[in-house]
Ligand binder design. Structure first.
Ligand code: BEZ
Ligand code: MG
Length: 573
């Protein structure tokens, strides 16, 4: 080997060794155990903050410090530079300036760091301030500790604020500690698989609507639940994105924080406007996902496309022209409960027979759910602002409502939550749009997606469960509780009459025949659980009184007898 070749090989080896040393040096490691209730005593806080600052955080309006420095210094491609070796002089320069800027921020505060970075690299103050604000916030939160206080609150049975369980660099929102940690990573939603499945489901939903109406709905209202989206890795979320005609895009940390517009030529249908009502659990678990959904609607509303191919834009501009609304208001589509609140209460109102006029149920839904979660055009976060008028307006354009069911185990008559949400929003639409929407459901676990109308689903559930001897005999083996389950099914079925007028009268007749008009069954129920038996008979009478069912006088007499006999035996009123 000639001397020159030997020198070259030696240099390459030394460089590789150096690279490895730098990699080890820069790697963050925990340097001790966390002591419960004590603030972190991180020696390497500045290193940690430098890592935090080195990622774009679009959800917080903050760009990576290194990227800001690179842009200001006129470095052509920062992304390509990241793949170069850390011995690159340009990269060392950028990393050095960023590290010093973080130190300035920790030692002298945000404004000093902003000024320092202007003087060192000419980075615009408006660009760097959000990043320094984030660094300062994380630094403060590292110094704080609420763990003992939170533990004491938990032991007293009080509310503990939730917070994500993740890595600080990946997601600085894990701070402060001492919160009710949830293990799901909201940034992972929707998964690629969920998006692929959602495409089929959303297409099937639109196809079904088109077949029934000869056109697409100008707006759809969707119900999104937290546990469902955990279980399906975000199928409901992905369906909303697909209806809008956008794809989720992952950032450098593999988090779904961005969206990409699917061109109309590829979509081959209009972009559908979607009004999203998310549960309180979803709001607590998936705040970044709400931001993604809001971002998607905003982007779609600003696309330069024909109005007849972009219903979001059409509806938003209609609203702006109708009452001179601001764009930020007209484009609001993500609603949930007020911060800290859960549920619609529509189920309680129905179960307690506490309404006179159907419209009240829809009004209650809106009262509970009209809190907007968005980021305005200036990037300011709006989390839980009461926006009743905006929700009323958005719902007034809705022509179909929809919810994805995540499992076969819990169907629409097993629990009262389906009718409180999907029924509640459908009733709210009916009074605001002055027309009952088409109501659809699908389930996620079947290999092919099947879209069913609500009426079809109620029939299916009634036949498969409530009226099926295999189901109710299985329940009756549980004695007292089993009768209560049967009564619950009937009450939940009644909930679909109250909120959506979706129950065929024959269903009430068959329920009466099966459980109350058969003397042997009646005795069994009376023996096992007279309270639920009475509630069941009263519920059927209420269905008649409210006009959902008009049985013959003989059936009514029998139902009244059962209620009265129970009262004579000391049953509850
Ligand atoms: C949810 O997972 O978001 C949820 C669960 C039960 C009732 C309502 C919503
Ligand atoms: Mg009950």
């Amino acid at each position: 080997m000639n001397p020159k070749a030997i020198t070259t090989e030696r240099d390459a080896r030394v460089t590789r060794l150096y690279e490895q040393l730098v990699e080890i040096e820069q790697r963050l490691i925990p340097t001790g155990l966390h002591v419960f209730g004590r603030a972190s005593e991180l020696q390497e806080k500045a290193d940690l903050l430098r890592m935090v600052a080195s990622f774009d955080r679009p959800e917080q309006g903050a760009r990576a410090l290194q990227r800001l420095v690179a842009d200001a210094l006129g470095v052509e491609s920062y992304d390509a530079l990241l793949h170069e070796t850390s011995t690159s002089e340009t990269r060392q320069l950028i990393d050095g300036v960023a590290a010093d800027a973080v130190r300035q921020c920790c030692e002298h505060g945000v404004e000093t760091a902003v000024d320092w970075l202007i003087s060192k690299a000419g980075v615009d103050s408006e660009e760097s301030r959000p990043t320094f604000l984030l660094i300062a916030k994380v630094a403060d939160q590292l110094d704080a500790n609420n763990e003992i206080d939170s533990l004491a609150r938990a032991l007293r049975g009080e509310y503990i604020r939730p917070g994500p369980g993740a890595d600080i660099v990946q997601n600085p929102l894990v701070l402060p500690t001492g919160r009710n940690t949830h293990a799901v990573n909201p940034y992972s939603v929707p998964s690629q698989m969920a998006f692929a499945r959602a495409k089929h489901t959303a297409d099937a939903l639109l196809r079904r609507y088109f077949e029934e109406h000869g056109r697409y709905p100008r707006a759809l209202a969707l119900v999104l639940w937290g546990l469902d989206n955990i279980k399906t890795q975000g199928e409901g979320v992905a369906q909303a994105l697909w209806l809008l005609g956008v794809r989720p895009v992952r950032d450098a940390l593999n988090r779904a924080t961005e969206i990409e517009i699917i061109p109309l030529e590829e979509l081959r249908r209009p972009r559908i406007d979607v009004v999203m009502t998310v549960s309180g659990i979803f709001r607590d678990l998936f705040m970044p996902t709400m931001a993604l959904l809001d971002k998607a609607v905003r982007r779609v509303a600003t696309l330069d496309e024909p109005l007849d191919m972009n219903y979001v834009r059409r509806n938003v501009s209609e609203k702006i022209h109708a009452d001179s609304s601001e764009f930020d208001d007209a484009v609001t589509r993500v609603f949930s409960n007020a911060p800290g609140n859960y549920g619609t209460n529509v189920n309680f109102m129905v179960m307690q027979s506490a309404w006179e006029n159907d419209a009240t149920l829809g009004d209650l839904f809106v009262t509970r759910k009209c809190f907007a979660y968005a980021r305005d055009s200036k990037g300011r976060s709006v989390e839980g602002r009461e926006a009743r008028e905006l929700m009323d307006d958005a719902l007034s354009r809705v022509e179909a409502t929809y919810q994805n069911i995540d499992s076969f185990e819990v169907g629409i008559t097993d629990v009262d939550h389906y009718f409180e949400y999907l029924g509640g929003i459908s009733k709210a639409v009916e009074t605001r749009a002055k027309s009952r929407p088409s109501i659809y459901l699908s389930d996620s676990l079947s290999p092919q997606t099947k879209i069913r109308s609500l009426e079809e689903t109620v029939r299916l559930e009634t036949r498969a469960k409530t009226l099926n001897p295999k189901w109710y005999e299985g329940m009756l083996k549980h004695g007292f509780r089993g009768v209560a389950e049967i009564e619950n099914h009937v009450a939940n079925t009644f909930g679909w009459s109250a909120t959506a007028d979706a129950v065929d009268p024959w269903i009430y007749t068959e329920i009466s025949k099966t459980f109350l008009l058969d003397p042997i069954m009646l005795d069994r129920l009376r023996e096992l659980n007279p309270h639920s038996l009475q509630s069941l008979a009263r519920r059927l009478l209420e269905a008649h009184n409210r006009g959902y069912w008009n049985p013959n006088e003989e059936i009514l007499e029998r139902l009244r007898d059962i209620v009265e006999q129970q009262l004579d035996r000391g049953g509850t009123v």
